[in-house]
Design a protein around this ligand. Sequence first.
Ligand SMILES: [Zn+2]
Length: 325
Amino acid sequence: MKFVHCLVCDSASNTPILTNTQDPFVKKIGTTQTSYVTCNDCGFVYQNPTLDTDELEALYSTDYYDNKGQTISEGYRKKKEEYAQHSFDWIKSVFPIDQINENPNILDIGSNTGAFLSLFQKQGWNCHAVEASKNMCEIAKDTYNLEQIHNTLFQTGTFPPEHFSFVSLLHRREHLEYPEKILQDIYSVLKPNGHLYIEVPDIFRPKSALYTSYFAAPHLYTFSQQSLQRLLARNGFKTIHSGSVPRGICILAQKSEPENVTLSDDPIQVAQCISQYKAQHDKDAFVYKYIANSLPAKVLIKLKLPWISQVLAKFREHVRVNKII
Ligand SMILES: [Zn+2]
């Protein structure tokens, strides 16, 4: 583990905000807990001490999806399609996807099942992606006929400079040891005035399991509209539209000149939000443990009684996906 300064404003002054002793990932890297702090100057929330390069490598040494084998569940695929449609609809509401001339091309970084990219393909865009999981590359090709999915990590030299009209990065930034490096690499492959669509979890609208996902080792940062815009501006991306989708914050930015902007969040407001989420989460964990995951519930689901089993299974999945695993 290593101690770091605030990614957004470089300040070394911070306040501890949450320690997770139930993190399922820490055993793999030989530690016992993960800790998060709030920057006293800009309100940004980040892991500190944070995983160093070796620990991140240990964490991702076996790809999660490759581990699971080739198959993904129908439910998982549909969920990804649903999220992709929300993101696509938002972009369409602020950007003329279907009126771009001169063979528009897009690069999706971390394309997962390919659901998001397939929506651009339907509009006639030339679609490229990089995806670290070999299985996910195959799934994207088989499911959506996406041909140009590269099984690699995104880095300088993978593509020619100023090659793409549009780059998308959905739910990847919060996992990266050096998020500024990827922004610089995106900057170099984008055409002048090209666009970047970015989506990350929202610190003010936390979703997913607190101890096993949201504040767990793979999440190194949690952004807000303010912190994300500030970091983008510093790296040469001007925010032209910002909004929200079910999974978090979304921003459409344009390649421009680096700029220092002083957007910040109130650290007290951030701390209150996290404490409320933790209280709600702990209450829901009780619901899961004693109702959704109880023996009577499991028996009822197994009996496959008309609608009762279905309702219970749905409820269980809802609690599991949205609150705890
Ligand atoms: Zn800061």
